[in-house]
Structures are given as structure tokens and as C-alpha cells.
Design a protein around this ligand. Structure first.
Ligand code: GLA
Length: 702
């Protein structure tokens, strides 16, 4: 398969299952299969089976394969000696369909591979059909079993915890497997189902690498190891509970897709990921102008009162918000997180006239209205659960531990889904709701229907429920949130064009999380809010400029008590709000770069418009730099031959001025330089104390 600048080659001989020979930069047309095969035939080593299988896209144990198998399946403990052979390969424009069969054990396998011609992203999935006469139990089915280039030696993987999402860990790819599993019934904070793999020395700008991720928001497994031939193999798939995936005769299962992007350096691979998300996966409304949110959560928590809410709405409008989002606390008996989930009707003790006065106040300012829901959950203290105790996920005979005082609903039940649809749709209809923040705040630890696990059904049912709503309300926007960022993956991305990365609004932490998230997601889908001076999750105090500059790194918004913001801070905030409004349209299509070569105490990033006419760069000082000057800012991604006007775009330099007896000349005025000079010679940064931020705008000098 050839894309604009990419080639994917599968190669095989006779009935053998083919092998992934190449995925990366485009190769010449008219490749000769025989000579390619000759170049990459495996030597025959001692101490293996006599006819060792070469690596393949569907490795199995029965033919002596040394690495992890793509399939573990059986019929009540029998029939696990799978040995599939190739039936057919069909090529249709940008896709390949590889059909395997194993008449001995009774199954047919279809591997589908598509190379998106525009983004160059490869989309890979696997389907397995039981062609036997009795039930086939699948314990493991790889969505993709990927043979990586043999020179790949390093991996970055991501995980964390509530408030500290997407911590990156780097390790060497060797024989010891990297095994990451999530059994939490959602993607989970602990393990993002994606990795960067590459040459041992890869970094943001150098070294061949792949960004690969599974598009699935439930239990998942990721496995990476070098087999004993030295071939690094990466596998992704759904993690099944015992007996969860059982196929009757004729039944089949299809895995979620794996998305693979390649590039020289992590940034270039991620740029492909962003192009693919924008062009193929995300809902169309994400291509429209992204409004500025103001969210009530950290300003009010559960303390909803008509007067304060009214004042907050007025303050949000005055600060430039374009959409007001009423977070948790508006529905029946929800005066704290101990009650109410499941009762999706307005709490009349707080809102005697329903939400109408609130919605009217929001709309009177010309703002859109958004509302928080957590549809998959129920509190034991709710009318809904009292009426329908049989609706919860459970396994008979085992008590389900509560988490945040709540239980999860069994969405494999049509009556539960219908109830949720009616309730949510009723409110969307009544108040013409523009946006839903769809939360999911607990792990599914015993995700059963009483007898068996239905864990893999949950994410599918959530997606279907969302699709039902957006089919009826095509302009409705949905954000995915799960205790912050426990559901950031691509499993729901076609329905949810906005993700809530973390509950941590501390800009210093958020900056690191935003950088990690943009390995897998384009920035305009990351909700990013200006929080309180003293961050609620960390206690750290940061200047308003730093909070605003970090929020400009995503879909900009506010989540602070705007009623109490000092006039000076409001003035500073207004400046950055205007910057967002002026640049958001091209930012939503921009190419993103990491700024290399800064000291470890700083993080910098650049976003450049598709035509390279404008760029917005930021450098944030996380902690005090080891040297007086934090070094040199080099700007990637500009047109090397064009001349650019460069200027600091901060509101003012009041935070930096006391530390600079004089500023570098360019900081105080506008400078003009060639793209090539800005990329190589660069600009010397001013002295920047901890937790300050610099915003730089470059404009092509027409
Ligand atoms: C989760 C979300 C928060 C907020 C609360 C409300 O923690 O991540 O943003 O909506 O729930 O209970």
C-alpha cells in the first residue's frame, strides 16, 4: 500500500501467513516481491524447531513461533493447536484484507490493514469467526501483532493516577516483556493504551519512531518484547475476563482498531496522528470555531445557589466565555457526592423552576449552555437504584466495593440504555443543551450481569448511547471525562470531540500532561482551563499569565471563581482571551512541535499554521533554571526562506522585569529574521524565574 509519503509492505510465500516487512517512508514503485523476500529471509539457527516460522502478522504457538502469540483460544480446554494458513489477500485502493483459515480447529481470521492516503496513518484490526460446531472461547486475540523494525530499541509508555495523568516512562526494548493491562473497565489512569517505539536514541525531532495506540475505552492489554530471533513485537488487544468472549458456531468477534503513525522523531509521527484524527476520526463539529468554556465545578462544587450561580454566569460572560457549563450538583438530591447519580431530573429544592432561569441567564449573554452528566453510574442512595436494584453491574455472591459512593449500571441491558437515553434526551430537548460533559468516575471492578463478565460490552454501549443522542441532536457536542483523564483514548473519539485531560488545573503539572497527551491527540480537543491562583489539587500558586498561557495550549476556558478575580488579574486574563480568539482558527489545524534544547527545568512548544504564515510559541519555567539564562529558543516548522516578525505576546513583562537588569533586545520590541535563522541561530531567552511563562508570536513578513 502506498500513501502520499508512506509505504506498507506485507510479504508472504505460498500458504504461509504474511509478514509485515515495511511501514515507513515511501519506497519506489514496482517493488519486486522475490528480491524483497531474498533480502529478508531469516537464517536457520540451531535449537529451534526444524522448519521455524518466520515472523508473521498472526503468530501462533503451534508452528513453533517463539514470541507472543496473536491468539489464545480453546473449546473447553481442547482445540488450542491453531495453525492458520493464508487463503486470500485482496487489495482495494488503500486497504488490504488478509484472509486466513484453520479448518483443523474451525476458525477463519481476517486481518484488515488500511493506509490512510492523506495522513499516512495505518489502521489495523482483526476479525475472528468460529467456523466449528461448538463454542470457541477466546482468551486473547491481538487486534494487531506488529513486527517492529529490528533496529528499534526504545519505548515510551504512559500512565499515572488521578490528577497526574500520562506520566511518560522510557525503557529499552529487550527480551523482558513490557506488559500493560487495564482491568478497570475503562481505559484507566494507570495505563494509556498507546506507546512510542523507535530507534534507541529517538527523541522529539530525531530517530525513526512509531506512535501506536489501540482505539478502545475498556479493558486492554499491550505487550512489547524482543523475541529470541531479536525481532521486537508489539501487540494490542482487548483484555477479556474468563469466558467473556465465547463464540457460538458461526459467530465472530472484531477487535477495535490499532492506529500506527511513523516519522523521523516523535513530533513528526504525532503530526500524522493529529492529521488523521482531524481528517478521519473526530466529529465534524471539532472543525468549527472552538468556544471558550466557563465551567462551574471548582467555583461552586456542590454548593449550587441561584444567586451565586447567577453572579458566576455574569462574571463568565464579562470575562469572554462563550459557553457556560453547569457541572455536577444540579440533579435530584445531589447535594454531595453521596447521593443522586441515576436520578437525571433537576433538583427542585435548589432549582424550583427547573433549569430554565439558569439557561435563560446564560443565553441572555449570548453564551451556549452545557450540562454535566455521569450516565453510566448510580448511587445506592438514589430513587433509580431503589426502584431497579437489578440494574447494576455485579457478580452474584461477591459484594461490589463502592467507589466514590457509587456503582455502575449494566449497559448490556436494553432497559437501562433506554432509560438513560430518555432522561438525557429529554433534558437536551427541553433546554436545547449545546454540550454535555460526559463523566465516568469509577473503575468497573466486577463488571458482570450477575453470572458473567460483560465488561467489553460497556464501552460499546456507551458509544451507541452517545451516537443515539447525536443522531437525534446533530449539533450536540459531547466531551469525554473520567475522573479527569481516565478515558482519553480513541475509543470514543468519533463521538467525543473534546477530552478532559485531568482535574489538575495546576499549569505546571498540566503543561507536562498536555505535552504527553499531544503525542496521541491534537491540541484543540484538549479542554484546558485557567484555574485558581492556588491550584486546588496541588496547592501551588502561579501567576495568572502562566495559567492563561498554558490554557492557550488547548481549548481555552475558565474554571475558577471569576467573581472574585482581582481587577488586575481580569485585565491580564482579557489579554490572553483575546489572543485565543485571534488565533484559535489556525491553531485548530496547526502543526505542533516540541522545542528542543531548553534546560530540563523548562518546557517549550510551538504551533505553526498549515501555511507556515504564523506561529505561537511558549516557554514555561517549571522550576528555577540551573543557569541565569534559560538558553536559546529555536523555532522549528517555519518556512526557512521567509522572513518573520517576532515579538513577545505576553500581556506585559512585569513578572520577568525584576530578574532582568536588561532584557535581550528582541524581547522588548519586534525583530525580523529568516525562518532558517530562527530555526538554527535562535533567540536568547530572558532570565525566567520559576513558574513564569513567555509567549512568542511569529508572523510571516509579507
Ligand atoms: C470528576 C470530573 C470533574 C468534575 C467532577 C464532578 O471528578 O473529572 O471535572 O466534573 O467529577 O463530580
Amino acid at each position: 500500500l502506498d500513501g502520499a509519503d508512506q509505504t506498507l509492505v506485507l510479504i508472504g510465500e505460498g500458504a504461509a501467513v504474511p509478514r509485515l516487512l515495511w511501514l515507513g517512508e515511501r519506497l519506489p514503485d514496482g517493488l519486486d516481491a522475490e528480491s524483497l523476500a531474498a533480502l529478508r529471509t531469516e537464517p536457520l539457527a540451531h535449537a529451534t524447531v526444524d522448519a521455524p516460522p518466520h515472523a508473521s502478522i498472526f503468530p501462533v504457538l503451534a508452528n513453533g513461533h517463539a514470541g507472543p502469540p496473536a491468539l489464545r483460544a480453546h473449546r473447553g480446554g481442547r482445540g488450542f493447536g491453531h495453525r492458520p494458513v493464508l487463503d486470500t489477500v485482496s487489495v482495494e485502493s488503500d486497504s488490504l484484507r488478509v484472509q486466513l483459515s484453520d479448518p483443523g480447529v474451525g476458525m477463519a481470521v481476517t486481518v484488515r490493514v488500511r493506509l490512510d492516503p492523506t495522513s499516512g496513518v495505518c489502521v489495523w484490526s482483526t476479525e475472528l469467526q468460529n467456523t466449528g460446531n461448538d463454542a470457541l472461547t477466546i482468551d486473547w486475540l491481538a487486534a494487531a501483532s506488529l513486527e517492529l523494525p529490528v533496529g528499534f530499541g526504545a519505548c515510551e509508555h504512559f500512565g499515572g493516577r488521578w490528577g497526574q495523568e500520562l506520566q511518560c516512562q522510557r525503557l529499552e526494548i529487550d527480551a523482558g516483556p513490557l506488559l500493560k493491562e487495564s482491568w478497570r473497565g475503562r481505559t484507566g489512569h494507570q495505563s494509556y493504551p498507546g506507546v512510542v517505539v523507535g530507534e534507541a536514541n529517538f527523541d522529539c525531532h530525531r530517530g525513526d519512531c512509531w506512535v501506536a495506540q489501540l482505539g478502545w475505552s475498556g479493558n486492554h492489554k499491550l505487550q512489547l518484547q524482543r523475541d529470541d530471533h531479536g525481532v521486537p513485537v508489539l501487540q494490542f488487544g482487548v483484555a477479556f475476563h474468563p469466558g467473556e468472549c465465547e463464540l457460538g458456531p458461526g459467530e465472530s468477534v472484531t477487535t477495535p482498531p490499532v492506529y500506527i503513525a511513523t516519522g523521523a522523531g516523535r513530533d513528526r509521527a504525532s503530526q500524522r496522528v493529529h492529521r488523521h484524527a482531524r481528517g478521519t476520526v473526530l466529529p465534524r463539529w471539532t472543525r468549527k470555531r472552538r468556544p471558550i468554556h466557563s465551567n462551574s465545578w471548582e467555583a461552586l462544587y456542590f454548593n449550587h445557589q441561584a444567586d451565586t450561580l447567577r453572579a458566576l454566569i455574569d462574571a463568565a460572560a464579562a470575562a469572554g466565555a462563550e459557553r457556560f457549563v453547569l457541572d455536577d450538583g444540579w440533579f435530584n438530591a445531589r447535594r454531595s457526592d453521596t447521593a443522586g447519580l441515576g436520578d437525571w431530573w433537576v433538583d427542585e429544592s435548589v432549582y424550583p423552576e427547573g433549569l430554565r432561569p439558569v439557561v435563560d441567564a446564560v443565553r441572555a449573554h449570548g453564551m451556549q449552555f452545557g450540562l454535566w452528566f455521569e450516565p453510566e453510574m448510580v448511587n445506592p442512595d438514589s430513587d433509580t437504584l431503589r426502584a431497579h436494584p437489578e440494574w447494576v453491574l455485579r457478580l452474584d455472591g461477591v459484594e461490589t466495593p463502592l467507589a466514590r459512593q457509587q456503582l455502575a449500571l449494566d449497559l448490556s441491558r436494553a432497559d437501562v440504555c433506554d432509560y438513560l437515553y430518555e432522561r438525557v434526551a429529554g433534558l437536551v430537548d427541553e433546554y436545547a443543551i449545546d454540550y454535555i460533559k460526559w463523566d465516568m468516575n469509577r473503575d468497573l471492578v466486577l463488571p458482570g450481569n450477575g453470572a458473567r463478565s460483560v465488561a467489553a460490552r460497556q464501552p460499546e454501549a456507551v458509544r451507541e448511547l452517545m451516537a443515539r443522542l447525536t443522531t437525534r441532536f446533530p449539533r450536540l457536542e459531547i466531551e469525554t471525562c473520567a475522573s479527569g483523564g481516565a478515558r482519553l483514548d480513541w475509543g470514543l473519539l468519533a463521538e467525543c470531540g473534546r477530552v478532559w485531560l485531568s482535574d489538575n488545573l495546576d499549569p505546571i503539572d498540566r503543561l507536562r500532561m498536555q505535552a504527553a497527551a499531544s503525542v496521541f491527540l491534537p491540541r484543540e480537543v484538549l479542554g484546558s482551563h485557567v484555574g485558581h491562583h492556588r491550584a486546588h489539587l496541588t496547592g501551588r500558586q502561579t501567576p495568572i499569565a502562566t495559567r492563561a498561557i498554558v490554557a492557550l495550549g488547548g481549548q481555552y476556558g475558565f474554571e475558577t471563581d471569576l467573581r472574585t478575580l482581582a481587577p488586575d488579574d481580569l485585565e491580564v486574563l482579557a489579554h490572553y482571551t483575546a489572543v485565543y480568539k485571534a488565533h484559535r482558527d489556525w491553531l485548530a489545524e496547526s502543526t505542533q512541535w516540541t522545542l528542543a534544547g531548553l534546560p530540563a527545568t523548562a518546557m517549550g512548544e510551538a504551533r505553526v499554521s498549515p501555511d507556515a504564515a504564523v506561529g505561537l510559541l511558549s516557554v514555561v519555567m517549571l522550576a528555577a533554571p540551573p543557569q541565569a539564562s534559560p538558553g536559546c529558543l529555536r523555532m522549528p516548522g517555519l518556512d526557512r526562506d521567509a522572513r518573520y516578525r517576532v515579538a513577545v505576546a505576553n500581556h506585559g513583562l512585569e513578572e520577568l522585569a525584576p530578574f532582568n537588569r536588561s532584557f535581550p533586545t528582541w524581547v522588548e520590541g519586534e525583530t525580523v529574521a529568516h525562518g532558517a535563522v530562527l530555526a538554527t541561530v535562535g533567540l536568547t531567552l530572558p532570565v525566567m524565574p520559576a513558574q513564569t511563562a513567555l509567549l512568542v508570536l511569529v508572523l510571516r513578513d509579507e
